[in-house]
Design a binder for this molecule. Structure first.
Ligand code: 5RP
Length: 237
């Protein structure tokens, strides 16, 4: 592609721009991190930017401990020199920084495209404060465009899928022609709801035996940093 003056212009792809926005959102959330904190590390490409930003801050002298919401995030953080504690021995977290698949203006979110929603929900619940970081494509007027991931005990997955069909179209998540397994070795049913009623559907999902967790985060997120075209907006609950 050439400009009017004949000089070549390299088009920036939408995904590169989105990744820059993810990084910007992650860096904006660093303002929340204070010396001495125990920080919950989210999962996904946006959370990975936050982990790298935290590692840079730690390199500059910030003293923090972390817990991770997935084996992948734990490995990334440890590889960058961050101290990652075993969440099994942790009762309370100061601040968790995590991504989302959708976030609305009231800081309600759908999470779990990365399959970590059960650990993410546990760490969020243990956290005094949880903030979401996201690029602008995740900011929606109404939740429900993205599927709601549901983590299911493999033993019960056919039964759970039949129950979920009452309100949604569940699809067993696959990878390399085999069922995708979470870090807990459970399966995931990605559910498209005909018309998602977040509060009612969250309560319903939780009531189904065999459902271990789901990606609706309706009360956990205190604030969100959403970056769009290089500008960061902070949403407050
Ligand atoms: C993982 C998640 C992620 O935070 C969510 O899927 C967003 O991922 P990304 O930042 O890669 O778009 O919930 O379970």
């Amino acid at each position: 592609m050439f400009r009017g003056d004949g000089r070549a212009v390299v088009p920036i792809s939408a995904s590169m721009a989105a990744d820059d926005d993810k990084r910007l959102a992650a860096e904006a959330a660093m303002a929340e991190v204070v010396d001495g904190m125990l920080v919950g590390l989210g999962t996904g490409s946006t959370a990975a930017h936050a982990i790298r930003a935290l590692a840079r801050r730690a390199g500059d002298g910030l003293r923090i401990d972390c817990v991770a919401t997935s084996e992948t995030s734990a490995a990334l953080a440890r590889g960058l020199g961050l101290s990652v504690r075993d969440f099994a021995a942790v009762a309370s977290v100061d601040l968790t920084i995590d991504g989302a698949d959708e976030i609305d203006g009231g800081c309600r979110a759908i999470k779990g495209a990365g399959g970590a929603m059960l650990r993410e929900k546990c760490v969020a619940a243990a956290s005094r404060r949880m903030v979401v970081i996201a690029d602008g494509s995740k900011w929606v007027d109404r939740l429900g465009g993205a599927p709601v991931p549901v983590e299911v005990l493999p033993f019960a997955h056919s039964f759970v899928a039949r129950v979920l069909e009452q309100r949604a179209m569940p699809v067993l998540r696959m990878v390399d022609k085999a069922p995708y397994l979470t870090d807990q070795r459970n399966v995931v049913l990605d559910c498209r709801f005909a018309g998602l009623d977040p509060a009612a559907d969250a309560t319903w999902l939780q009531s189904i035996p065999g459902v271990l967790g789901h990606g609706l985060f309706l009360s956990e997120v205190a604030a969100a940093y959403v970056a769009e075209h290089g500008n960061v907006t902070r949403l407050e609950r």
